[in-house]
Design a protein around this ligand. Sequence first.
Ligand code: CAA
Length: 273
Amino acid sequence: MADANTDGRPETATDRADGALDEAALKEAGLRLEVAGAVATVTLDRPERRNAMTFATWRGLAAIGRSLPADVRVVVLRGEGPSFSAGIDLGMFSGEGGGFTDGADAEGTDRFIAELQEGYTWLRRPEIVTVAAVHGHAIGAGFQLALACDIRVVADDAEFCMKEPALGLVPDLTGTKPLVEIVGIGRALELCLTARTVRAEEAARIGLAEITVPRDGLDGAVRDLVDALLAVNAGAAVATKRLLWQAPGNSLDEQCAAERREQIGRLRDVFGR
Ligand code: CAA
């Protein structure tokens, strides 16, 4: 962690003034980034802490989103070691790395959380398809990270838990909207307000997992999915993701109009008219 910002909270230099990623800062943030052609793999890489995430981790994720090469089409998020992520580093509550309550008013805290949320929101950009490869624990902020992705591939040892209410907090890293959209309000309430664990089999049943595989098949299943995603026309993939993500908020008329708009673009692109 480096200097304090205007809210009195620590800053990291995860992305440099020239827009490039600072590798040392990424490492400090507990992240690894590998880009191979059209595929970027982001690894949560603090296995000794079960990939617990700090403010630096979320800023690092946001920086990765900002600096992703334009030809990347698929982003895979995965965890090193026994867990996908044990959520927020509990040290953040006791002031390690700045703490939550250091001298900021409500406006400052609002800005601060908005900045952290940027680590998650870029995963919905239509230009990329995001895949969470989840094994072991996906707790709190880790569960929300999986929810921020388009598709979840889940190992049979996965355990999801929205722990925030048990700690007196709310899930605030963009997870409440996708959770409700995926499992419905009743199930979302039951999961959050009991902070209970959802194992892989149930996750598949209630729609939290698109693909469930044995633990040792996770990497292979992700590879197969990535290959299938890359085999589809790139422009059509972008347009279709854009369409599908806006569908829940649109009326039928609005969605029909959106389909026409996107198809006009596709027809022009595919047939030149
Ligand atoms: N923060 C900091 N350190 C953590 C951590 C966390 N969230 N989770 C695990 N660790 C550390 C442990 O302290 C332990 O360190 P030592 O080896 O130095 O003792 C090491 O990682 C391994 O952990 P365990 O021995 O506990 O491993 P386990 O496999 O038996 O259990 C676990 C794994 C179930 C994830 C358990 O560690 C655990 O319950 N962790 C806490 C989870 C948690 O409450 N997270 C916060 C959720 S709320 C949130 O994320 C959002 C928010 O904004 C509030």
